[in-house]
Design a protein around this ligand. Sequence first.
Ligand code: MG
Length: 261
Amino acid sequence: MKKLIIMSIMTLAGLAVSAQPQVIAHRGFHATDGSARNSIAALEKAQKLGVFGSECDVNLSKDGEVLVVHGDWHPKRGEEGAVHVQRETAETIRAIKLENGETMPTLDQYLATAKKDPATKLIIEIKKHATPARETEIVEAVVKKVAEYGLQEHVEYIAFRPFVCMEIKRLAPEGTKIAYLNGDYTPEYVKGMGLTGIDYKFSVLKKHPKWIKQAQKLGLTVNVWTVNEEEDLRWVIEQGVDYITTDNPVLAKKLIAEMCK
Ligand code: MG
């Protein structure tokens, strides 16, 4: 009898985590030899690992080049020689190498690499810029480049700024996936914006766990960032989120395989 009860509990627990979240490598798979955040190597290593998606950040340089870099400062604010990536030319910014010795990729280079293995989606985060005009400019440039590479089906977008989300919606093809990052709107509001998902910070979903099912009922996807610790990964897997954005894609994959049979 005891065995039967235990088996029943295990079955129920199994059902509770039947939905299998997909893994997104935050800034690519960077926490490994020869890699660096937002590098070409990080994208290639994410592709090789076989994750659902590889996330990257894009900023517009002063002279209009779309660069794959987190910003606002590169390498980091306060570091010797650090530059503000939206106020300098691409040449000046790219003269500063990434931690793995790579030259900072342009979005063109990133898309060319993404195209080699489109099974791993590219999740592009378009950063905040100084003015709405600059934000429109970068959204136009990114959407155009993604189309040039024929990657519309393989790219999803995320942004903190509602205006940036709405510009992506206006300019990208119908059906493009766009998720809102800032964590301050209810799923209902995000649905009302016409976006396709919420992509909220772990602490926001911990505070509002009901938003997960509410969003899914509305047909929105639920992504969560940046979940790295085992305990936290287990919690989001149990909650049945659709995507997990992590600096630790190897552990996330392992736990999902264990918990979602
Ligand atoms: Mg990002």
